[in-house]
Design a protein around this ligand. Structure first.
Ligand SMILES: Cc1cc2nc3c(=O)[nH]c(=O)nc-3n(C[C@H](O)[C@H](O)[C@H](O)COP(=O)(O)O)c2cc1C
Length: 163
């Protein structure tokens, strides 16, 4: 799959098969997160890969709209130091992770973290150092569904020169 196809076909997948994801692939996906754009190259991120079923269950119970994390073989917890642009930086890394997962034939979904009531609880669960923020949770696994959410057409959102 070329890069443009990856970008255009990525969708949030919330149902996964039980097939485990090879460690090398997980590392490659996180590596893509590591290489994201970041304000003044500060790279405030840390990535916690959770595979243990009990921990994934705890995360799933805690994250309001992330119950399917319990079913995914992997969950990447994206944390950032509380810097000026932590949210943009962590979001860029998160999007890279979603796209890298897609490129590897995997499904994933951005589950909200930042500013969520449960964010400090997740930080505690993964034993993040003080001062770190939860940006996102990214469950990853081989897809067991092919969602097709509606997308606004290009002609509606593209404005040349002025709005
Ligand atoms: C900041 C952000 C937070 C999100 N949080 C959740 C979430 O908590 N649970 C969930 O199931 N999906 C979540 N999503 C996924 C969106 O629902 C999804 O991207 C949107 O419906 C568009 O579908 P698509 O990703 O398949 O294009 C989130 C996406 C973003 C960007």
């Amino acid at each position: 799959m070329d890069a443009i196809e990856v970008l255009k076909t990525r969708r949030s997948v919330r149902a996964y098969t039980a097939e485990p994801v090879p460690r090398k692939i997980i590392e490659d996906i996180v590596d893509c997160g590591r290489l994201a754009a970041t304000g003044i190259n500060i790279q405030p991120w840390e990535f916690v890969v959770v595979t243990a079923p009990e921990m994934r269950r705890k995360i799933a119970q805690t994250a309001e709209y992330g119950k399917f994390i319990a079913q995914a073989p992997v969950c990447v917890v994206v944390l950032c130091r509380d810097t000026e642009h932590y949210l943009e930086d962590g979001s860029a890394a998160t999007e890279n992770i979603l796209l890298a997962a897609r490129a590897h034939g995997l499904g994933s979904c951005w589950v909200a973290g930042d500013k969520k009531r449960y964010a400090p609880d997740i930080c505690r669960l993964v034993e993040a150092p003080r001062g770190y923020k939860l940006v996102s949770l990214v469950p990853i696994g081989y897809p067991a569904e092919t969602p097709e959410p509606p997308k606004r057409p290009l002609a509606e959102v593209l404005h040349w020169e002025k709005y």
